[in-house]
Design a protein around this ligand. Structure first.
Ligand code: AHR
Length: 711
């Protein structure tokens, strides 16, 4: 990366760097910030702040996606019905449950007939050898089924029982071999009422109940029922979903689904509280479907967008990248609707022939099918109804093409040390730009982060950089973009986070985030987009039957089945996005105090000391229509920091201003499910503003001053 030599921003940064070298101890002189209105500032990128998402930490299944039933098509585990258990009211009945898989080589002949289609090939069988009292199957949900007052849940499931006929042969079914295991003797007709309940885990309290009538048939049928809780129900996640009977016989279940109300009431839609939290962030885009989730653990399990379309009955799910099996209920269409519902533009990541196990597809003829697949995917998103995939989107319910400007080719392809990405990127880009000249392709290899791996030929328009750092590293690198060559490709910081605190980040991480964001914002003529990752985490720890819900520490928004909370980092993201002008105000600083980071392990081994880092970070933008100035100043130290602020070139400002402050008393302070509002923004009115004024910054604080220019 060439260094910039001409901008004021860089000079300021150089002087700050020199100052750091000369004054490693906290400065005793007054810190001064000068916002220079005598020179025009560059435009703030209109797409600067967005969101990034993938299926990690139960972001969708057990997270944003409304489905409440865990393992709804019984494919999570080949050997046992995970998430499911047998319910027996008393010992008078005799019953058992069994997974009936479709693998024709491994199941007895009589169990092969239970596939519904190519997606629903494994089902759950409840054998009631002796009825007479309540027997059923229970689902534990994703760490509990959330029960809330006056709430209507939509339950549906495929079911069949033992009818009066003995295993009728469906047309086309093979004849029963002579040596096959004898078919179970059907003694009882299971037709009749089947109870559906949401109840406490001990079965003693029923929160909502409904009934369906099982038909006298041995064929699959989909049953639907709504369940409504009473107004006086205490919210709880200590609940399960049960389908029960008291009649002897065999019962089969598949695609068991339970949905609470969803955002905008969209069928197969999203959890309301999490959607609202994203809407509040005013994100300009959503980068999906990954992350590692896009690449998949291997070629076969890269994000299979084609099998994520249409009715959920046709979605087999796939092996995800984070140790559990996604249902793909959150499919391509649902991602796009999610974007639309939060007012964000999709940034579509297309699979580029490299997976997490390190396999890659060589550019050339072998890669062609993958390129075709990406073109199909783009056609689904923006093709009109006369195109094959565009027509499918229309049929799925969205006549208008979605907005799409950026397509990202792969994810973190720098892990492919063969540098096949050079050829892969070129092949994808040429094909995409040829068919869709309006689209811009993003490279996942950057000259800054991967100087040894090059994308040769035509310079990428945009490159995606990823940074996962400690707060101290963020403080040390907050001015990194001041130095970027403006002639290089534009930067998309497609994944970044300050990683302190788990499962969600703490105040110190939020300070690191804010420091880093001031750097992106000051340079948002060049850093055109950025998004934090990971966005979501289900915060449940392991139980007797379910594993710990998350795989990645330090996430933005935490939740369990019942409620959600924002980390301090969430509030920083929200505030940075909310209080943003459209012009950068060139700003310089003098006498920025510094502090010493703690010694790292390496430092103590090598006897070295880390370089001191600044304590104060800043960026200023202006809304040239309203005349509002947004000055963001971070105090990363535990001391009050007085700052003098000069508004150079402004004749007059309003004497009164507003200041939004996010702060805490110690760096480890954080928000949790039980204390969700410990660190939240507070808004203050401040007086005595002039073209030069002083402001004290609270310890460990992120401060956003809103000043108004008087015309
Ligand atoms: O955000 C978590 C992971 O970090 C992403 O899946 C991957 O792209 C990155 O390495």
């Amino acid at each position: 990366m060439k260094k910039l030599t001409s901008t004021k921003v860089f000079l300021c940064c150089l002087s700050m760097g020199a100052m750091l070298l000369l004054c490693p101890i906290v400065s005793a002189q007054k810190t001064k910030l000068t916002l220079d209105f005598t020179q025009p500032g560059a435009n703030v990128s209109p797409m600067l702040y967005g969101l990034m998402t993938e299926e990690i930490n139960h972001s969708y299944d057990g997270g944003l996606y409304g489905e409440l039933i865990r393992n709804r098509i019984f494919k999570d585990n080949k050997t046992k019905p995970e998430g499911w258990s047998l319910v027996q009211q008393d010992t008078a009945s005799r019953a058992s449950i069994k997974l009936i898989a479709a693998d024709p080589d491994n199941v007895p002949f009589d169990e092969r007939r239970h596939s519904i289609n190519t997606a629903l090939t494994t089902c759950l069988r409840l054998t009631v050898a002796k009825g007479g009292s309540r027997v059923g199957v229970a689902n534990e949900g994703y760490w509990g089924i959330p029960v809330k007052p006056s709430t209507t849940y939509k339950a549906s499931f495929y079911m069949k029982g033992t009818g009066s006929m003995q295993f009728p042969r469906r047309p086309g079914m093979p004849a029963r071999p002579q040596n096959a295991t004898p078919a179970p003797v059907i003694e009882n007709n299971t037709a009749g009422p089947i109870n559906v309940t949401i109840e406490s885990n001990d079965g003693k309290t029923v929160y909502a109940t409904g009934t369906v009538t099982l038909e006298k048939s041995t064929f699959w049928k989909k049953y639907e029922v709504t369940l409504t809780t009473a107004a006086n129900v205490e919210p709880t996640a200590d609940a399960r979903f049960v389908i029960s009977t008291d009649r002897t016989g065999l019962y089969y279940f598949n695609l068991v689904s339970l949905f609470p109300p969803t955002y905008n009431n969209r069928p197969n839609g999203n959890r309301i509280d999490l959607m609202q939290m994203m809407v509040d962030m005013k994100p300009k885009f959503l980068r999906f479907p990954g992350g590692n989730f896009l690449e998949g653990p291997d070629f076969e399990n890269a994000f299979p967008w084609k099998t994520t379309l249409g009715p959920i009955d046709n979605r087999p799910g796939h092996k995800g990248s984070w140790g559990y099996r996604p249902t793909d209920g959150m499919g391509l269409y649902e991602f796009l609707m999610w974007c639309e519902e939060i007012g964000a533009e999709p940034i579509l990541g297309v699979y580029a022939g490299y997976s997490l196990n390190g396999d890659h597809v060589d550019p050339g003829p072998l890669l062609k099918p993958y390129v075709e697949d990406a073109l199909d995917e783009i056609e689904y998103v923006i093709g009109d109804k006369s195109t094959y995939w565009g027509a499918k989107r229309v049929a799925d319910g969205h006549p208008e093409p979605f907005k799409l400007t950026y397509v990202e080719i792969g994810n973190e392809d720098w892990f492919d040390r063969t540098n096949s990405y050079d050829g892969r990127f070129k092949q994808f880009r040429e094909a995409i730009e040829k068919k869709y000249s309006q689209l811009t392709c993003i490279s996942t290899i950057t000259d800054t982060q991967n100087p040894d791996l090059k994308v040769t030929g035509k310079k990428p328009d945009v490159m995606d950089e990823h940074y996962y750092r400690s707060s101290w590293e963020m403080f040390a690198n907050a001015s990194q973009y001041d130095k970027y060559d403006r002639n290089s490709s534009k930067i998309f910081v497609g994944e970044w986070a300050t990683r302190e605190g788990a499962p969600t980040t703490n105040l110190h991480a939020a300070l690191g985030d804010a420091a880093w964001m001031t750097g992106m914002e000051r340079n948002s003529d060049h850093v055109i987009m950025s998004c934090y990752a990971p966005l979501f985490v289900n915060v449940n720890t392991a139980t007797a039957t379910a594993p710990k819900a998350w795989q990645w520490d330090s996430d933005l928004i935490g939740y369990n089945a019942l409620s959600a909370f924002g980390s301090p980092s969430y509030y920083v993201q929200k505030a940075f996005s909310e209080y943003l002008g459209n012009k950068i105000v060139p700003t310089t600083a003098i006498n920025i105090p510094t502090q010493n980071p703690p010694l790292s392990k390496r430092d103590s081994i090598n006897g070295t000391k880390p370089a001191p880092v600044p304590v104060i970070f800043y960026s200023a933008t202006q809304d040239d229509k309203t005349g509002t100035i947004y000055l963001k100043v971070v105090n990363a130290s535990g001391k009050i920091q007085p700052v003098e602020i000069n508004l150079k070139g402004l004749a007059k400002v309003d004497k009164k201003a507003t200041m939004v402050v996010i702060k805490g008393s110690k760096p480890e302070d954080t928000n949790t499910i039980t204390e969700p509002q410990k660190i939240v923004p507070a808004t203050f009115a401040i007086k005595g503003i002039g073209t030069t004024f002083s402001q004290k910054l609270a310890p460990y604080s992120v401060n956003i001053l809103q000043l108004k220019i008087q015309k």
